[in-house]
Design a protein around this ligand. Structure first.
Ligand code: NAD
Ligand code: MG
Length: 391
């Protein structure tokens, strides 16, 4: 059970859920970070008497500094400030920045020997092999916050690794699960962020609507648990009660269930290897009534197929997929791209990256970040062709 915690991305959805749990216990908050929201970060740093507050965006530094004047909180900014926050002496570093931007700060945490609770799945998509190798070399445990991976982590404890036949992640199907292709062509960003079961940040909500989120999660699971792509599967389960299933060679399937609330997997990471006693919302199966399962529709949701292909291809393909997807989501939110333009653009960027030789496995994190950068520039170049179809 940990007593001191740092949070990367403290102002976000996962950050907020984590701080809710910290309010219930006797924790020391070491470092809190945000991208640029100085007001929210300063209020949290004051409430939790944080030792360090860091903003990634240097232009937010003067405001944060002014808001925290007279407190003991050290205020830092930019990449070095973020690295200092990650490295600060806490028992656990909760990595909850959204997107590839979380990779460097999380790695800085490893390098300082921090135990990491990982929500930022994009880290593993951008540089999965390098990320897990760095953790291993530093002897750092990576505890999965993502609910499905947290469930897999728990289910894997029921048998030997050699006995694992298959790992299945569940997907709610998102807000458009039953929508026709024609209707999908005209959905708005407001509709896409309205998730039926979870309240989350905008990016992951849109990823849940395209099913790219589940694709990113397959890649996340591959590296996190060192699985073969062929061992990984997805099933649609609209109730989000069963989070993942692990099938063993003897035919036994171990599933983890919980009320859909991210504080449960976060609390698991804070408590591990013990179980945290807190006032968690309890699963009420008679009230849920029925649990439904169905196969995903790869045709209506091509993002899942693209991610599955990148998973099988390995090398730099997941990294390029992720970068293109981040650009596509920004464009969709800005109404410059249609919903179906998201997988369209991602596919075009993957094709261009393949043609131009950018799909090799990166040897260093810097190499991976360079490919991320190139893929984003490809996406920006190709965007106008797709953008035209949005209006
Ligand atoms: P969010 O958008 O609500 O919060 C993101 C946080 O990251 C904020 O604190 C923001 O200030 C910070 N941030 C954004 N861009 C940054 C940058 N360039 N540099 C530094 N900091 C930056 O996102 P979220 O929903 O909390 O998701 C965070 C991560 O957790 C994502 O990778 C997501 O896939 C994963 N995750 C989230 C949920 C969920 O329920 N929200 C569930 C599972 C996994
Ligand atoms: Mg998840």
């Amino acid at each position: 059970m940990v007593k001191s915690v740092s949070i990367l991305g403290a102002t976000g959805s996962i950050g907020t859920s984590t701080l809710d749990l910290l309010r219930e216990g006797d924790y020391r908050v070491v470092a809190l970070t945000a991208n640029s929201d100085a007001k929210k970060l300063a209020a949290l740093a004051r409430e939790f008497d944080a030792e360090i507050a860091a903003v990634s965006d240097e232009s937010a530094f003067p405001e944060l500094k002014a808001l925290l004047a007279g407190t003991r909180t050290k205020v830092v900014a930019g990449p070095e400030g973020m690295a200092e926050a990650s490295a600060a002496d806490s028992e656990i570093l909760l990595s909850a920045i959204v997107g590839a931007a979380g990779l460097a700060p999380t790695m800085a945490g490893f390098n300082a020997g921090r135990k990491v609770a990982l929500a930022n799945k994009e880290c593993l998509v951008v540089a999965g092999r390098l990320f897990m190798r760095a953790a291993q070399e530093q002897g750092v445990t990576v505890l999965p916050v993502d609910s499905e991976h947290n469930a897999v982590f728990q289910a894997l404890a029921c048998g030997k690794r050699e006995a694992v036949a298959k790992v299945t992640l569940t997907a709610s199907g998102g807000p458009f699960r039953a929508m026709s292709r024609e209707r999908l062509a005209v959905v708005t960003p407001e509709e896409a962020v309205r998730h039926p079961n979870w309240s989350m940040g905008a990016k992951i909500s849109i990823d849940s609507a395209t099913l790219m989120n589940k694709g990113l999660e397959l890649i996340e699971a591959r590296y996190l648990f060192d699985l073969d792509p062929a061992q990984l599967d997805v099933v649609i389960h609209p109730q989000s009660v069963v989070h993942a299933l692990v099938e063993f060679h003897d035919g036994a399937v171990v599933a983890q269930m919980a009320h859909p609330d991210m504080r449960i997997p976060i609390g698991f990471c804070l408590g591990w290897p013990e179980r945290l006693a807190w006032n968690a919302p309890k699963l009420d199966l008679p009230r849920v009534g029925a649990l439904h399962f169905e196969a995903p529709d790869y045709e209506r949701f091509p993002a899942l197929q693209l991610a599955r292909n990148a998973l099988e291809q390995g090398g730099g393909a997941p990294n390029v997929l992720n970068a293109a997807n981040e650009v596509a989501i920004e464009a969709f939110r800005a109404r410059r791209l249609s919903f179906q333009g998201i997988p369209g653009l991602v596919e075009a960027v993957l094709e261009k990256a393949a043609k131009e030789g950018y799909l090799a496995e990166a040897n260093t994190v810097n190499d991976a970040l360079r490919v991320d950068h190139v893929a984003r520039s490809f996406a920006a170049t190709l965007l106008p062709q797709f953008a035209a179809k949005a209006s």
